[in-house]
Write a protein that binds this ligand. Structure first.
Ligand SMILES: Nc1ncnc2c1ncn2[C@@H]1O[C@H](COP(=O)(O)OP(=O)(O)OP(=O)(O)O)[C@@H](O)[C@H]1O
Ligand SMILES: [Mg+2]
Length: 262
């Protein structure tokens, strides 16, 4: 059966069992992402964003519900995705190029078939001159660019990113976001992107999912119908500012409603 959805999350909940009792992290999440769509998730700390992304990748189990990527149900680690985490997880003893090619080795594919693609990707993120260097010789932003290449090398149709630019300064973030927008548009990847930056979410996305505090639920699903390709100048467009304000107001209102309950 074809669904036309690249990622389909249906009625997914998650409760962690801990020594001090259950922690309800997510309650009844429904989210469908169409092929080629770029969807960001924003929400307060602890609302379950990472939990959700890890469940989509099959790295964490669900308490209930179903998750499908393409036609396949996710019930264990799913290899046909590219993942970028907040910490770059580069291997210090491998060159930048060999870090990018790690995914290829792990899949028992032939490295030499992918070397050209790896160099092309590194070039796209302005790292071609650093291919033979080691991670310690790179800045934080360059390291995260390298991890994006590593997530793209095996050309998985789905990219999952959990605050990949969280540790970077604002200017570096904007630059990498611009590169990422270009790459994802070119490659037509289906992407779920978690960020704490509302403007980054609006800049990159076709849709922004706004989550409420724990137990996390989806509070709003906002379409960002701004022109593509996205450029830095988009930030001056009044509609860009309106989206940012709308999302900030939603998050503030959720925070206030929780304070009243306490
Ligand atoms: N392994 C775990 N065991 C128990 N509770 C957990 C575990 N992992 C996460 N939680 C809890 O689940 C909730 C959601 O955590 P999660 O890391 O998914 O939030 P988040 O939205 O990604 O937060 P942040 O924005 O700070 O990264 C939190 O209350 C957290 O304490
Ligand atoms: Mg998180």
């Amino acid at each position: 059966m074809t669904t036309g959805k690249a990622i389909d999350i249906t009625d997914v909940s998650k409760t962690y069992r801990t020594g001090s009792g259950p922690v309800e992290a997510l309650r009844r999440i429904d989210l469908a992402v169409a092929a080629g769509e770029f969807v960001s998730i924003v929400g307060p700390s602890g609302c379950g964003k990472s939990t959700l992304l890890n469940m989509v990748a099959g790295l964490k189990s669900k308490s209930s519900g179903t998750i499908r990527i393409g036609e396949e149900f996710v019930n264990g680690p799913f290899t046909n995705v590219g993942i970028v985490f907040q910490r770059d997880l580069l291997m210090e003893w491998r060159t930048v190029l060999d870090n990018v090619l790690l995914q290829i080795e792990m899949r028992n594919l032939r490295k030499r078939d992918y070397a050209e693609r790896a160099m092309h990707l590194l070039d796209r993120v302005h790292l071609a001159d650093f291919a033979q260097r080691y991670p310690r010789e790179l800045s934080g932003g360059m390291r995260q660019r390298a991890s994006i290449c590593r997530a793209l090398i095996h050309d998985a149709p789905v990219m999952l990113m959990d605050e990949p630019f969280g540790a970077l300064d604002a200017l570096t973030r904007d630059d990498i976001a611009a590169d990422l927008a270009e790459i994802c548009e070119e490659a037509g990847k289906t992407t779920i992107f978690i960020t704490h930056s509302i403007s980054e979410a609006v800049y990159l996305s076709d849709r922004v999912i706004v989550m409420s505090g724990r137990p996390g639920g989806i509070m709003a699903d906002i379409s960002i119908n701004l022109v593509r390709p996205r450029r830095h100048s988009l930030r001056e467009d009044p509609r860009f500012g309106q989206h940012v304000t709308e999302i900030r107001d939603l998050l503030e209102a959720d925070k206030d409603s929780r304070r009243e309950v306490q």
